[in-house]
Ligand binder design. Structure first.
Ligand SMILES: NC(=O)c1ccc[n+]([C@@H]2O[C@H](COP(=O)([O-])OP(=O)(O)OC[C@H]3O[C@@H](n4cnc5c(N)ncnc54)[C@H](O)[C@@H]3O)[C@@H](O)[C@H]2O)c1
Length: 368
């Protein structure tokens, strides 16, 4: 059952609105995506942003001058001890998610950590254990499950429109989009390349729409043929750091679930295809669907019908962050159900990890 409060209501709650309770939140990692969090939190009256931590002083300076967040720390231990926030939003590179989250949980904070939840399932398990030991909430920062199309497909599945879902194809493919900032090409800091960075978005929403079946086996392969070399081809993000590039350019995987369903994964920073693709499609015994365009394929009135929604609420990037952060705040403050608890992050991490392990092994691997 989906609990997301996605509907036709206005999401733009005025900052002056009164909240029944407040959540004092601090950031670990004040880079690019923390800006989207801040903008979204300012539209949710429950949030009060109290501090930021970043190893780069210039990011702390920006928090102060641009956002008026004056309490800045270079070490999260100092921030957690002095500020004692109720909650922490972890917005660091993937390799820092687990240590930062565990430190915040052990300091008594509730945590939302950006996607992917961590670099490995073992890290996710340690994070979940820390949340349980401290009696605190832990959320994986997935936002695409709140997308109105994802919510529509969940309702269609719950109404039995697909019958048994047999096959889902997940695609997150860029024609040429190797990040030329941050550490996205460094496997030791990120855990992988396009599959863990952009594929994870499509995988998490497809897995959620499927009803979160348990993954049991993975196969696949990964290839690096472009990111680790200089390029003089004209592209939107040229001059990436090819010397430190240790991740895949293309990951192709197949996941088998306990219920027999199959998920196919295609993810790349630089695929030789006509144009970028960010989508999933699925086939069931009674019906199928595509996410983009939002469309359901069923038989009705003795006819094969393709249905499209007449109306869906606005769903840009910022709106999706409002949904995910509101779900986090309401889960913490009012004990409402969490759409993406740590366990959901772990299941997605097992899928990613399964494909990476199968690629390294050269054969199918079991997922525990
Ligand atoms: N949900 C989404 O759609 C979405 C979009 C972009 C990024 N992300 C995720 O957000 C995370 C950060 O991505 P970004 O684009 O903001 O990267 P970024 O490089 O812009 O920001 C990361 C920040 O973390 C800081 N940092 C690194 N190590 C730290 C430490 N030990 N303590 C404190 N701060 C530290 C860096 O100095 C940097 O300012 C990644 O996990 C990424 O996958 C999610």
């Amino acid at each position: 059952m989906s609990n997301a409060s996605v509907g036709t209501e206005s999401l733009a709650a005025p900052t002056t609105a009164k909240a029944a309770k407040k959540l004092r939140v601090a950031f670990i990692g004040c880079g690019g995506i923390s800006e989207t969090h801040i903008a979204a939190m300012r539209r949710i009256p429950e949030f009060e942003i109290v501090a930021g931590c970043d190893i780069k002083p210039e990011r702390l300076e920006l928090m102060k001058t641009k956002h008026g967040i004056t309490a800045g720390y270079e070490r999260w231990d100092d921030m957690l001890r002095e500020i004692k926030p109720d909650a922490v939003s972890v917005c660091t590179p993937n390799g820092v998610h687990a240590p930062a989250t565990i430190a915040a949980l052990n300091a008594g904070c509730h945590v939302i950590t950006e996607k992917p939840m961590a670099m490995t399932p073992a890290e996710c398990e340690a994070m979940i254990a820390a949340a349980k030991a401290n009696g605190r909430k832990l959320v994986a920062g997935f936002q695409f499950r709140y997308h109105p199309t994802s919510q529509m497909l969940v309702r269609a599945r719950e109404a039995g429109e697909f019958g048994q879902i047999l096959f889902v194809k997940c695609q997150a493919l860029r024609r040429r989009g190797i990040p030329n900032w941050g550490v996205f090409g460094q496997k030791d800091l990120q855990g992988g390349g396009p599959m863990i960075d952009i594929g994870v978005h499509v995988i998490e929403m497809a897995h959620y729409v499927m009803g979160a079946p348990r993954p049991v086996a993975a196969s696949g392969n990964c290839w690096t043929y472009m990111g680790d070399k200089p390029s003089d081809v004209v592209s939107p993000w040229p001059n990436w750091d090819w010397k430190t590039y240790t991740v895949e350019d293309l990951a192709i995987g197949q996941i088998r679930f306990e219920n027999g369903a199959i998920m196919q994964i295609e993810s790349s920073f630089c695929a030789h295809i006509k144009e970028n693709v960010f989508n999933f499609s699925m086939m069931g015994t009674k019906g199928g669907a595509t996410w983009d365009p939002a469309m359901i394929h069923t038989d009705r009135a003795g006819t094969m019908i393709n249905s499209t929604p007449n109306f869906l609420p606005k769903s840009d990037f910022g709106e999706l962050f409002v949904h995910k952060l509101r779900n986090f705040a309401e889960g913490v403050l009012y004990d409402r159900p969490l759409e993406a608890p740590g366990e959901a992050g772990l299941a997605v991490q097992k899928i990613l990890d399964g494909v990476y392990r199968a690629a390294a092994a050269g054969h199918e691997v079991a997922i525990d």
